[in-house]
Ligand binder design. Sequence first.
Ligand SMILES: [Ca+2]
Ligand SMILES: [Ca+2]
Ligand SMILES: [Ca+2]
Ligand SMILES: [Ca+2]
Length: 346
Amino acid sequence: MPGSEYTTEQKTENSPDYVVMPDIPDNASPDNGGGSKLTGGLSGTRGKFWMLIGAGVIVLAILISLGYLLFTQQTESVTQNEAPEIVVGKKSDVRSQDSDSDNDGLNNSDEAVLATDVNNSDSDSDGLADGDEVHVYGSDPKLIDTDGDTFNDSQEVSRGYSPKINTHEKASDSEKQTWLANIVKYGIHEPTISALKSQPTPESVVSSKTSVYSNGFYNYSIEYPPELEIREEQSGQIAALKIAGSEPAEDIAQELFVIALAGTKETLSLKEWAETQYSGPSHELVELTMNGEQVIQVREKGGECGQDKTFFAKNNLIISVTWNCNTLAPLEPYYQAIVESFLFKS
Ligand SMILES: [Ca+2]
Ligand SMILES: [Ca+2]
Ligand SMILES: [Ca+2]
Ligand SMILES: [Ca+2]
């Protein structure tokens, strides 16, 4: 196979450039001989190669420049968009309008409408929180003495008088029912809580015109003021006091004040029984004498709505009177009045 040998020899003798060459036509110098043709072809290809490299570098440089410009512009626009929001505080405004910055029961947007101070819980310094004036007592959050009778709004409320009706009479039962219902609905805030604690006596708020409820199941009786009304279930095994005229709670055990069987003390004393049930730092036990009988009061501390319980024992039975949300301070005089009236029938 000489032909094939020759071809192989030629290919081997000539540089590998020759093998590559035939694929790349050289029209630049058609009259050149084989040698020069080879040389010309080689130099043309190298030129194009470097041209391509050069063009690639330029395109790459342009792309990088464009990319950098775009990135810079985007960064600038982001910065420009964000900066005014922080300065103007749009986001924080939207958030704070729904919040209650001074925790007076009135959110910031309502304070803006009423022109009260969002950073002062008692804008008129009369001892009642702005929100409690608006939602609970119906007094003016910007007037110290809403009804102009020379007594400021908190003095009136803490003594059981209406802050918005100028009269020597105490607040009506229906007005006090409205206060209680609003307190349960909206809560109560400082400085109102402190103002009510400084009230002369519980009787100054709670009506003295009481009704008597007699329980036939456990044979006890209590007295309650007209601001409250009684309901019972299971033939009196559970009795409860709710605000007069209010919708009954779905579960009677969730009413404001609930009277029910707490347990049996067997051989223990009432105090020993209570200590087994309510030991620990979250409960405070107090032993008291009421109507000549030993009773135990337990206060649940901490949390949004702890319970107060008062335990009365007769023979083996222990009856509890529970106040379901001891953080609603204005209800405490009512609870105390009910507890102090509790009597087992002989
Ligand atoms: Ca507020
Ligand atoms: Ca006030
Ligand atoms: Ca006021
Ligand atoms: Ca007044």
